[in-house]
Design a protein around this ligand. Structure first.
Ligand SMILES: [Zn+2]
Ligand SMILES: [Zn+2]
Length: 844
């Protein structure tokens, strides 16, 4: 007896070790078939991790979702590509180098090895033959190659610009990496503004296409699409030139030396007769021209610029306390020849629109606030189309109106006036219809070591010279002293910096900036399809088979950066003739966070749960299945260790159930036919469960309720244990129940499913076994007849589903025509429902 008990104990550590070894020995198990396969393809991808050295619970969640999907698609007969790699460049490697005196490469590769072990221990079904490590020259040489193609097409260029600088990182940050005025990595470090020469990628060339494409991405969460729309920020409007008023006699002689007009962008040209000032950004060139000979103005402008810089550093220019100074100069409204004062204001940004606006305080909240503060005239030029309470108040910002005090345009609707005013501007040469985007070009220069070297050379004679393709990759030197001061560490490596000009052969210097790591992740998923290609980033024919990605899964924090850059990169590759698809990803899914005690798990909060600990205590299957069970995948998951223990106990029950009837010693599966009617209810439950889980995999992704449905099924089978044990339920039915249960479990608890599959005597990998199909006839609920009595007399019989609840019986009885006729005009005093038996009504 003791031996038998021992045999029946669920030992996840032993089972999982056994299958981990088996899987490691069979590299074809999780490998995709070549692109010539006749099977339908399915590319499921989870975002690749940064190799910090430790998977965290958020990773486990991300990968458990993707792995469940990949496994189910394998079982459905698809040719599945399910790869994994490492986003291996980036600053933490340099920080670790400083702290531990370990070279970044060594530190990174050791972390990758550790995390790969974790992935395998968790049973994630990745095809490691296509693994990518972005810090390896065989990968980053293609970043350089793409960069050169972009230089050739004017899509990569260099310009001086204002940048966000994190003193702690000692590098430039993208706008999106500044959070509340601080660095995204250093929550306590204020970001500074600096002027630097930088490399940019011209993502704005694709702004309209990136925006339009969002309408077609039906398989993306609306939330992500909205975030991208706002980020691209398209506005339609008009550019109009206000002429600078001619100066006094003293300057008249120097005509033509200075600027003659100020170009403003407005979305409301219909309000231009209400413009009572022009406002310029402190850095506007016209301001520089005005203040050149006016030290007092220059000092005031410097003050405004400082306020703006501070507000930028605080991360919220919108909330700035608005200040301005009049320049004493005037501009001429080109539509009516009116003189309006020119001001400089701290809230106007040089890098947004044209750096100049017309201020219309009667019809704009912000202008109204500014004009009220400084006593600038506020004028009404739009009247509400319909009078309503408050329609006389200013500012009146609605476009549902009619122009007044607007010369020949008075009486027109706002919409009509906008069109005519635009046409007039174009005809007379002082403006045009225009579109602006909030999206800025992508600054990719980083003054750090651990990234892709930018393949450009500076020659005294030839200027900027691209590194020729045949000299790629420009290898990152390994011997380097990492510090976080004084700009790029590469600049202090003479062997790297000093080179020969490819054009003239003279001495030249290499670019020492490296690329933003978002470059690496913008196209890595193409490389997976052809990971070892040494002649090209990939073979277009292979990419054509696999793309677009059928399902991409990752955190919502990547909604705007990574997912916009990837879309941009795909469009560039398409225009280079490398890919046919316009978009990289067909369906995108953003999973929720894993939180504990109400907060995101983080070292500083001390609420981190280590996946290794959970796996050691409860097994990989229980940990993965808990993560899927504890919350719908798109919601935040509140970690409860009790929950993991509960799932582990459930898996132990499955283990006992299946081994009890699978083991030859019980003999049940080979015994007599049993009662053909017995087990019908169990089969119904089984086929209902198959239908539910299959449907969920097709898009609803309620994996939590899938796991719950499997638990219910197991409960039902266990409560019929006596009928199973006695042989009353026919052997083929028992076999169908157990076999299907194990198949349904395979995406969620792959180790246990593989083990039980073998114990059931099945041949081959469960991953290659067909996913079960639900028989709708078997899944259908039986109907039973329920007598309905009123005041003790049988009135009718209603048909309802077997096992229906009391509420359903009540409703069915009250909906019956005969019952309704009998109780019409009377009061139902009492209803007695005997579940599955009868309904009795007492009426007066
Ligand atoms: Zn920082
Ligand atoms: Zn040269």
């Amino acid at each position: 007896m003791a031996d038998e008990k021992e045999q029946l104990r669920y030992d996840p550590a032993a089972i999982e070790r056994k299958w981990q070894e088996r899987w490691a020995a069979d590299p074809t198990l999780y490998a995709a078939e070549p692109a010539t396969s006749n099977k339908p393809k399915y590319y499921v991808l989870e975002m690749l991790p940064y190799p910090s050295g430790q998977l965290h619970m958020g990773h486990v969640r991300n990968y458990a979702i993707g792995d469940a999907l990949a496994r189910q698609m394998w079982m459905r007969g698809y040719n599945v590509l399910h790869p994994m790699g490492w986003d291996a460049f980036g600053l933490p490697a340099e920080n670790a180098a400083l702290k531990n005196n370990t070279p970044p490469r060594e530190w990174t590769l050791a972390n990758i090895a550790a995390m790969k072990r974790q992935f395998k221990r968790l049973g994630m079904g990745f095809d490691w033959a296509t693994e990518i490590t972005t810090c390896m020259p065989e990968y980053y040489r293609w970043n350089q190659w793409f960069f050169l193609r972009m230089v050739e097409r004017g899509l990569a260029y260099r310009k001086k610009s204002k940048v966000n600088w994190c003193p702690e990182c000692a590098t430039v940050l993208a706008n999106e990496q500044v959070i509340d005025g601080c660095c995204w990595r250093h929550e306590e470090t204020k970001v500074e503004q600096r002027d630097l020469e930088q490399w940019f990628l011209r993502i704005t060339a694709y702004a309209q296409e990136l925006l339009d494409g969002l309408d077609k991405l039906d398989g993306w969460p609306e939330k992500v699409r909205t975030m991208q729309r706002n980020w691209i920020g398209r506005s339609e409007g008009t550019e109009v030139d206000f002429f600078l008023e001619a100066q006094g006699a003293r300057e008249r002689g120097s005509k033509g030396a200075g600027p003659e007009r100020i170009r403003v962008f407005t979305t409301r040209v219909d309000t231009i007769f209400g413009a009572t000032s022009v406002q310029l950004a402190p850095e506007h060139p016209v301001v520089a021209a005005f203040s050149a000979a006016d030290p007092e103005l220059r000092a005031k402008v410097a003050g405004l610029l400082e306020e703006q810089t501070k507000a930028r550093e605080a991360g919220d220019v919108g909330a700035i306390d608005k200040h301005g100074v009049p320049t004493g100069r005037f501009a001429i409204n080109p539509y009516n020849g009116e003189r309006v004062p020119i001001w400089v204001a701290n809230y106007i940004l040089m890098d947004y629109g044209t750096g100049a606006i017309m201020s219309v305080p009667g019809h704009d909240e912000r202008d109204f606030e500014f004009a009220t503060k400084y006593g600038i005239e506020i004028r009404r030029v739009i009247k509400s189309a319909q009078e309503f309470e408050g329609s006389d108040n200013l500012p009146f910002v609605s476009e549902e109106g009619v122009l007044v005090n607007s010369g020949e345009y008075s009486g027109l609707s706002c919409e009509r006036a906008q069109k005519l005013l635009q046409e007039a501007a174009a005809r007379k040469g002082f403006g045009n219809a225009a579109i602006t985007f909030r999206l800025k070009d992508w600054g990719v220069s980083r003054q750090r070591y651990w990234g892709t070297p930018i393949p450009m050379i500076y020659c005294q004679r030839d200027g900027l010279v691209p590194v020729p393709d045949e000299q790629l990759p420009v290898i990152l030197p390994e011997k380097i002293e990492i510090t976080q001061q004084g700009g790029s560490p590469l600049a202090r490596v003479p062997e790297f910096v000093n080179t020969t000009c490819p054009k003239c052969g003279g001495p030249a210097r290499r670019e020492t900036d490296t690329m933003d790591t978002f470059v690496d992740s913008s196209w890595y998923f193409y490389r997976y399809t052809d990971a070892h290609n040494a002649k090209a980033p990939f073979d277009p024919a292979i990419v054509k088979y696999w793309f677009p990605i059928d399902q991409y899964i990752g955190g919502v924090e990547h909604a705007i950066l990574h997912l916009i850059y990837s879309r941009f990169w795909t469009k560039v590759m398409r225009d280079l003739g490398l890919v046919k698809n316009d978009e990289p990803v067909e369906r995108q899914f953003s999973q929720g966070m894993v939180i504990k005690d109400g907060a995101k798990m983080s070292k500083s909060k001390g609420n981190v749960v280590s996946p290794d600990d959970m796996v050691a205590r409860y097994g990989a299957d229980a940990t993965r299945m808990y993560v899927l069970f504890a919350a719908p995948p798109d919601r935040d998951l509140e970690w409860q260790e009790d929950g993991v223990a509960g799932v582990s106990r459930f898996l132990a029950r499955v283990w006992r159930l299946v081994t009890k009837y699978a083991a030859p010693r019980s003999g049940v599966l080979d015994e007599a036919d049993g009662n053909p009617n017995s087990g019908a209810q169990l089969r119904r439950k089984l086929h209902q469960t198959i239908a539910k889980i299959t449907l969920d995999f097709e898009g609803r992704w309620h994996f939590n309720t899938c796991v719950a449905a499997i638990m219910e099924l197991v409960n039902e089978i266990q409560s019929a244990d006596a009928q199973l044990a006695s042989g009353e339920v026919p052997a083929p039915v028992v076999r169908e129940l157990l076999r299907t249960l194990v198949l349904l479990l395979a995406p969620f608890a792959p180790f246990l499913a593989a083990e039980l599959w073998e114990q059931l005597g099945e041949e081959g990998a469960i991953l290659r076994a067909p996913w079960p199909e639900s028989d709708p006839e078997l899944a259908k609920e039986d109907e039973i007849e329920i007598p309905v009595q009123i005041n003790g007399k049988l009135v009718t019989v209603v048909r309802i589903a077997a096992g229906a609840e009391a509420k359903t019986m009540e409703a069915a009885a009250l909906a019956d025509e005969k019952v309704r006729a009998r109780i019409a005009g009377k009061t139902v005093v009492k209803m007695i429902v005997v579940p599955g038996r009868a309904v009795n009504l007492v009426v007066k």
